[in-house]
Design a protein around this ligand. Structure first.
Ligand SMILES: [Zn+2]
Length: 460
């Protein structure tokens, strides 16, 4: 008996084709800056395509500042800074928009779609500080940190051979990533930078400031000041941009290598006017300033704890978050957070969050794992007519043959779709069946937990 309930088809995002402008930008000395993008499965054109889709998603949730003076100021400042990208690798369809939020934050989507919150303008003392924030975001774009992150997440999820077929299709990239549990909204993995990425963006941001004639200390100093001065309003910023170790010292060490001390520019009349304009604007719309990617049911369970505890089952062991409960039954075991089991359509209880583990004994020992898995899916489909296989790949769990199947189904939560990761593992005479379950809108936030659990799985 496998858990009945699974998810379903991610809504297809419209595919936006774009043409990249290929105008040449003069190359600049860049030897002192770490200017090597990391591992990436996407092409640069795909960065742009994905960024465009993601920006459309983000703007559904994120109100923008319409004031033309403020919007133009930030856009022109951003465009000016792109001229100083090290190596001149700035051929992106840049856009710089101001989000109507007083959180001190900024973020960059792949392909050059950069958002600066009005809170940055309000907190900054001068133009060099705002330029520093924007230059840092430009660093994330040109180093392609967003799709680097997505690439790593994808790599963790499936063998390389599958990527070609995923990324080669001409449908929406966003829809394809959604199938892998990678969302495009404001909580997207595209925005979660590592400390290494932060350090690299710091270098590029500082380099751009220097080349553009601004005080190159302004970026790192501003990050330091706002963290101390506005600890509550910068949480989001430092969650998207985790502080590298010795941020200030590292930047200070870089600056002398960029060139001689100059008569650096720090402020402008335009900045002070834009700041004054921003401060006069009405407060941002309530409740929209800190959007989350999920419109999950109001009783969504608490986030899974990072502390895992080991559960020893019959013939297997697995670790689960220490704030989840274990329910054993004849058919198997359910691991779920409080609130993870809900009333299903027929009034029966159904699992909306968590994992279930059961065993399947194939009709004969000669049944291959792939056939057994198909039998399991067929059985599931009996009670889940909208169940759909998204993707399947081979793997191993602690040396045993395993099959990883991504499924979509209706969630027991009304109107929602569910993502299910079915993992079948060959045992002696049986197949261990593990299903990781979450509504599609929340899958991204559960995925790290599911991955840790899968890594801990032991089969006897
Ligand atoms: Zn950053």
């Amino acid at each position: 008996m496998i858990n009945p309930h699974l998810m379903r088809v991610p809504k297809l995002l419209a595919l936006c084709l774009m043409s990249v402008c290929l105008s040449a930008v003069p190359a600049l000395a860049k030897d002192v800056v770490d200017f090597k993008p990391g591992f990436n499965l996407f092409s640069r054109d795909q960065d742009v395509q994905l960024g465009r889709e993601a920006s459309a998603e983000v703007e559904k949730e994120l109100p923008l500042v319409k004031d033309p003076q403020v919007a133009r100021y930030v856009s022109e400042l951003g465009m000016r800074l792109t001229k100083f990208v090290p190596g001149g690798d700035a051929n992106y369809p840049w856009s710089f928009r101001v989000a109507d939020s007083q959180e001190i934050n900024a973020f960059a989507l792949p392909g050059g779609f950069i958002y600066v919150n009005r809170g940055v303008l309000e907190a900054a003392d001068n133009e060099a500080e705002v330029a520093g924030v924007i230059a840092h975001e430009i660093g994330h774009v040109v180093m392609r940190h967003g799709t680097h992150q997505a690439s790593q997440a994808m790599l963790a999820q499936m063998p390389l051979a599958v990527f070609g077929s995923i990324l080669g299709q001409s449908t929406s990239l966003g829809a394809q990533l959604a199938q892998l549990g990678i969302g495009l909204g404001v909580n997207s993995i595209l925005l979660k930078n590592s400390r290494g990425a932060e350090s690299q963006s710091d270098q590029i941001g500082t380099y751009i400031l220097y080349q553009a004639g601004y005080n190159p200390h302004a970026m790192a100093d501003f990050f330091d000041i706002i963290q101390k001065k506005y600890p509550q309003r910068t949480l989001e910023f430092f969650s998207d941009h985790p502080n590298p170790e010795n941020r200030i010292a590292k930047v200070d060490a870089l600056i002398p290598q960029l060139g001689p001390v100059r008569d650096w520019k720090t402020d402008s009349r335009e900045f002070q006017m834009a700041k004054a304009e921003t401060l006069k604007m009405p407060p941002p719309p309530k409740g929209k300033t800190a959007p989350t990617a999920s419109a999950i049911a109001p009783v969504a369970p608490a986030a899974p704890s990072n502390r895992l505890v080991k559960y020893q089952g019959k013939g297997f062991a697995i670790s689960l978050p220490d704030n989840w409960k274990v329910q054993e039954s004849e058919g198997g075991v359910i691991l779920a957070p409080a609130g993870g089991i809900v009333a299903g359509a027929g009034g029966d209880s159904a699992q909306a969050y968590g994992a279930s583990i059961s065993r399947y004994i194939p009709p004969s020992r000669r049944v291959k794992l792939s056939q057994a898995t198909q039998q399991i899916i067929d059985a599931l489909r009996n009670s889940n007519p909208n169940l759909r296989v998204v993707r399947q790949s081979k793997g191993r769990v602690k040396g045993r043959a395993a099959l990883s199947t991504l499924l979509e189904n209706d969630s027991p939560l009304q109107g929602q779709k569910e993502a299910d990761h079915l993992v079948t593992v060959s045992g002696r005479d049986e197949v261990l069946v593990v299903v990781f379950i979450a509504p599609q809108s929340a899958y991204e936030s559960y995925r790290p937990t599911f991955e840790e659990m899968l890594k801990s799985l032991e089969v006897r």
